[in-house]
Design a protein around this ligand. Sequence first.
Ligand SMILES: Nc1ncnc2c1ncn2[C@@H]1O[C@H](COP(=O)(O)OP(=O)(O)OP(=O)(O)O)[C@@H](O)[C@H]1O
Ligand SMILES: [Mg+2]
Length: 311
Amino acid sequence: MEQDQSIHRKMIWTIGGGKGGSGKSFITANMGVCLSKLGVRVVLIDADLGGANLHTFLGISPPALSLSDFIKKRVSHLREVLIPTAVPNLQLLTGAQDLLNAVDAKSVQKRKLVRSIQSLDSDTILVDLGGGNSLSVLDFFLMSDGGILVVTPEPTSIENTYRFLKSAFYRRLKQSVCCSSVKALIDDALDRKNEMGIQNPHDLIRAVRQIDEEDAQRIVEEVKTFRPNLVLNQVRSKKDIEIGFSIRSACLKYFGIHLHYLGYVVYDQEVSRSIRRKRPLVLENSGSRAAQCVMEIASKLANSHSMANRD
Ligand SMILES: Nc1ncnc2c1ncn2[C@@H]1O[C@H](COP(=O)(O)OP(=O)(O)OP(=O)(O)O)[C@@H](O)[C@H]1O
Ligand SMILES: [Mg+2]
């Protein structure tokens, strides 16, 4: 088992951020189908607090078994609560409330849960985080190998994305430092009107250097390695596509965050049609423009998975 894991590194992707209705669940479900068709063994985890609906995107009734059966020890292994889907290589796990309650607890428990998820017999795990940015959602986003933000070209969606990214980033910085006064400084820095005038990670590093050089160095490392991904959904024009690049530039300029623009998905009436039929778009109408976009993004994920396995 251990030997197998060293050969085959598992990738956990979390899909979140943005605004309610931006298309997180549609993209998660359809990317899962695409990856499984590429021969990748996929588990989809529905961690959307109060709004779990990934099963419907796959044409499955609300599952009787969920993560709560594992947490409450009604089953001994997480694999026992996995739901098979009609798509080969694709399984589903619903977690909702229990998942987030569990990760809200102690960080030891959070890590234990992540380890249980990592121990699942699959190549890729896609977690639909839903729309919130509670601390547990941020932690799950930060614990994954890759966080994907789904944003639409609307200013409100973009605004939510910046807020999510900034909260996640500063939380990660806070987790990386040791000194309590540096942690307090990071909390202050989250407030845009902070007294120290800290507006971005560079200002923060300068201020932290005056308190603790080692913590400053830790922040430098975190800034280098924080690489979230962006998918722009419901794109209606070429101008909309450019918004992804503008968000990427703004993240770098104002937050010092290196955001990777993974791709875009066009607005397409076929999306809604496929949801009403409870059939994943990439199966129902694989030739549609939105399906083609999702397939392209999924193949990028598959490539990064095989690159991670090569490393
Ligand atoms: N590319 C698209 N083209 C057209 N419509 C889309 C597209 N993506 C999503 N939609 C529409 O947006 C609706 C919401 O999508 P979805 O449920 O995936 O959003 P969500 O981000 O998961 O929402 P929530 O935050 O509430 O969970 C869908 O029912 C669909 O009709
Ligand atoms: Mg959703």
